[in-house]
Design a protein around this ligand. Structure first.
Ligand code: C2E
Ligand code: MG
Ligand code: MG
Ligand code: MG
Length: 284
């Protein structure tokens, strides 16, 4: 606590940090206004089965387009939204939007929807009800939904680790599946695999070999896939950019893949078109 106090005191008097703080405050104010003005959209990126390459589902990825500006990616505003707590409202909006968009995809094609959830959302008392509400409003069963959490979810729960785990347990009991996102980028990955109630492991894109002939890089991917399999987790590889990546993943028995090779994130209409044209090919 003493350390934290000291840090705060420094912040107050260091002009550079004060400037940063003011900057962050402005970002939060703009985010708040943007949420009210409906400047956010959700894009969808396909997640495909590695056996064959049918679309298994989509991941919802939020975008922000302030008036007169190009769309801003989440890496540039999610941190500010998390620090300010605004992520709770934004995350709920994304969840509800994604469930509504994905309802026909589920009912017509059996495609599921994955939504990213921040630790702040899971530390709210009503999170389980928020998820139930979003599913109900869209007419979706729990089985259609995957919640993506990161390794830091318990550490970053602001002392609400028990509540976080209770939400995840309640939702899983109802049929919602939980994926651990960006696996392998944190520093105590194995402990999290043991402690978190999860169904799916998403292998971070940094594991995709940049050199297809590098045996060591391939061995790393193999180790993660084998680990996930022995824990009976479904594996999803992120950042599948090349045919070599896909070939490696098929050889290793990875279940699903997501990346530019299979499709970039795009608006809901593009996701609908993709499913419709896939179905047309399958039928004929
Ligand atoms: P993520 O959940 O790991 O999402 C995957 C990110 O990888 C996306 O970036 C996607 O566009 C990008 N990506 C997909 N395929 C490829 C590929 O083949 N190569 C490369 N290099 N990148 C690829 P995006 O959309 O910029 O999202 C960044 C992060 O922001 C997400 O990472 C997620 O952690 C967070 N995020 C996005 N939407 C939400 C949201 O609604 N709520 C929360 N809490 N976080 C979100
Ligand atoms: Mg994700
Ligand atoms: Mg990810
Ligand atoms: Mg990632």
């Amino acid at each position: 606590a003493a350390k934290a106090d000291g840090k705060d005191r420094c912040r107050e008097f260091d002009p550079r940090l004060r400037h940063e703080q003011a900057e962050r405050f402005r970002t939060v104010e703009r985010l708040r206004a943007g949420l009210a003005a409906e400047e956010f959209t959700v894009h969808y990126q396909p997640i495909v089965r590695m056996r064959g390459d049918a679309t298994a589902g989509f991941e919802a990825l939020v975008r922000w387009t302030p008036p007169g500006q190009d769309p801003i990616g989440p890496d540039r505003f999610i941190p500010a939204a998390e620090n300010s707590g605004l992520i709770v409202g934004l995350g709920e909006w994304v969840l509800r939007r994604a469930c509504l968009d994905a309802a026909p995809w589920w009912h017509t094609y059996g495609a599921n929807i994955s939504v990213n959830v921040s630790p702040r959302q899971l530390a709210e008392h009503d999170f389980t009800d928020v998820v139930r509400g979003a599913l109900n409003a869209a007419g979706l069963p729990a089985a259609a939904l995957v919640l993506e959490i990161t390794e830091g979810v318990l550490v970053r729960s602001g002392g609400h680790a028990e509540l976080t785990l209770a939400h995840l347990a309640a939702l899983r009991a109802e049929g919602v599946r939980v994926a651990i996102d960006d696996f392998g980028t944190g520093y105590s990955s194995l402990a999290y695999l043991r402690d978190l109630p999860i169904d799916i492991l998403k292998i971070d894109k940094s594991f995709m070999p940049d050199d297809a002939t590098d045996a060591q890089q391939a061995a790393m991917v193999r180790a993660v896939v084998d680990l996930a399999r022995s824990l009976r987790l479904v594996t999803v590889a992120e950042g599948v950019e090349t045919a070599q990546h896909a070939e490696l993943l098929r050889t290793l028995g990875c279940d699903k893949g997501q990346g530019w090779l299979f499709g970039r994130p795009g608006p809901a209409a593009a996701a609908s078109d993709r499913l419709a044209s896939e179905a047309a090919v399958t039928v004929s």
